[in-house]
Design a protein around this ligand. Structure first.
Ligand code: ZN
Length: 150
């Protein structure tokens, strides 16, 4: 797929050391438009919609914040830990700033986790970008399906 100037700019901002130390691309070197197209397919295969998944992640983030730094249990099934190092990060697509806040959402019965930030929820919802394979903050569709939903 062809890269637009906006996509080329975003991909440059996703490199290590530009917005974050590790960047957003993980081990991947393919164009970001191709990552997005592939991951739209992976989301579909997992039976997940971007809108509902973003809402679910935002819900856990919001509930987790109520713990004020302590872990929060939801419905006896999930353990949420929110860490707020303060400060903000810009979206690589340059359409806003987001709190650095991180939530670790753990499914208690399997001990499997999803780690999410305000920015990664925005990237998923608005840009269908779930970070590259190998990135610590990649929102792997099959993992989200197992951890977030019943
Ligand atoms: Zn954005």
């Amino acid at each position: 797929m062809k890269m637009t100037p906006a996509m080329t700019m975003a991909q440059e901002n996703m490199q290590p050391g530009v917005i974050t130390e590790e960047g957003f691309l993980g081990d991947e070197t393919i164009p970001v438009v191709d990552m997005i197209a592939r991951d739209e397919g992976e989301m579909r295969d997992a039976g997940l919609s971007f809108v509902d998944t973003a809402k679910r992640l935002a819900y856990f983030m919001e509930e987790g914040q109520k713990g004020l730094g302590e872990p929060v249990t939801i419905d006896d099934k999930w353990l949420i830990r929110v860490v707020d190092p303060r400060g903000q990060l810009p979206c690589p697509f340059k359409d806003g700033f987001f709190h650095k806040m991180t939530a670790q959402i753990t499914r208690k019965e399997t001990n499997e986790s999803v780690v999410v930030t305000d920015l990664s929820i925005h990237l998923l919802r608005e840009h269908h970008f779930i970070e590259g394979k190998g990135s610590r903050f990649r929102l792997e569709p099959q993992v989200m399906k197992r951890v977030l939903f019943d």
